[in-house]
Design a protein. Structure first.
Length: 191
């Protein structure tokens, strides 16, 4: 059975469909998670497997699994991974400010992790602003930067042409870099 059919069956209430869907999407979700974690610091506490499981649970616990197409599902998975990573960065930030932790000496490695967390949160905030101005530009950034999708995969996920993805990617990167400044996370062309 195809992924789209299983998604539709899950949305129709077939609990068995979710169990049959998991093995079909697992490897690609692992690839997306690996790509998303690649943009994070080396001190990230989530593993690829944990991020896949959290994202899948987040999607499965929602009102409806995204079922328009296989690529739409992966686009939604990239968005879920972004939200999980942003939440983790916010937790690290709150812990840094004393959230239920003992007083600890910070070394340069902790400072680097804190800087990445702050940058990731700033990127999320700027991405929310960008999405408010142009939702598709925000979706392109989610797919390319957080989801690690190629131009062609992003085009398929968003039902637009690869040429439009390239144009939107350039526009979104320029806008975000203006908003975030030169010290922000780099949105590389190949990301």
């Amino acid at each position: 059975m195809s992924i789209t059919r299983l998604l539709n069956a899950a949305n129709a209430g077939d609990s068995d469909a979710l169990e049959r869907l998991a093995p079909l999407v697992y490897n690609e979700l692992r690839w997306l998670a690996h790509a998303a974690l690649r943009s994070e610091s080396s001190a990230q506490t989530l593993s690829t497997t944990a991020l896949v499981h959290e994202a899948y649970l987040k999607l499965a616990d929602g009102e409806a699994m995204p079922a328009e197409s296989r690529r739409h599902f992966y686009g939604a998975a990239a968005r879920a991974m972004r939200q999980i990573l942003i939440d983790a960065a916010r937790r690290r930030g709150s812990q840094k400010r004393g959230g239920q932790l003992l007083d600890v000496q910070l070394d340069s490695q902790h400072l680097a992790v804190d800087a990445v967390s702050v940058e990731l949160i700033a990127l999320d905030s700027a991405l929310e602003q960008l999405s408010g101005l142009d939702q598709r530009l925000g979706q392109v950034v989610e797919c390319r930067f957080f989801g690690g999708l190629s131009v062609e995969e992003t085009a398929e996920a968003l039902a637009i042409s690869p040429r439009t993805v390239k144009r939107d990617w350039r526009t979104a990167r320029a806008w975000l870099q203006r908003q975030l400044g030169a010290s922000a996370l780099q949105l590389e062309a190949g990301s």
